[in-house]
Write a protein of this length. Sequence first.
Length: 259
Amino acid sequence: MALTWQGVNIDARNPFEGVLLLHAFPLSAAMWHPQLRALETAGVPAIAPNAWGIEGSGERDEWSFEEYADELALLMEQVGMQRATLAGLSMGGYQAFAFLRRHPERVRSLVLADTRPEPDAPEAAAARAEFISAVKEHGSEEAARRMVPNYFREGAEEELKREAEAMITAQAPEVITAAMRAIMGRPDSTPMLRSIACPTLVLCGENDRLTPPETARMMAEAIPRSTLEIIAQAAHISNLEQPEAFNRALLTHLAALGS
């Protein structure tokens, strides 16, 4: 099922290396607009796909991150992207781990932002199941009500909250619950951390309560060729809350690859 996407500096006539931006739950590719602008200015090819069911992407009732990784590989082939820096935030990080397992030859480097490698503990799985029930009963607005307060630090701009809420409420409840089931079914990626051979940037907002800096430090210590950066005055959706700091870290990482 085809994925919709936003992109910059794409020329499918010539094979290229670029950046694949993987969005958080339950947002859309629109969350990456500050990064797409920065990458466009820098002349770096980049694609931000929408997960299944979002912004015109084909809808699926049940799917896994492994299946989605295969779809991302097809998208890369279609646009001529031979290898990618996978930049995944939160759920996007889970997708990046799945892609690395399925298509390691297509990964040039990783940017793991505000995410975690381990699966849900039993209490977290129970909370996710309750979330699914609530969204089925009350609709997408329930997902926004629960998620948006956890995205940004106290005192963050109201415009950021409205922007995130609009992305969530634009989605059908069935799309949101399908993505949540994919999250619940993800495997443990912790054992693979020490075998990650590509350059890796680990980013985390200093005020992130969902995937705190301690988790980011654990990942960075385990991944051999990694760099850690904690973004000041940012919580879980650090790329929107502090786009300049996020972009600076991302572009520095890409420059070190020889982009």
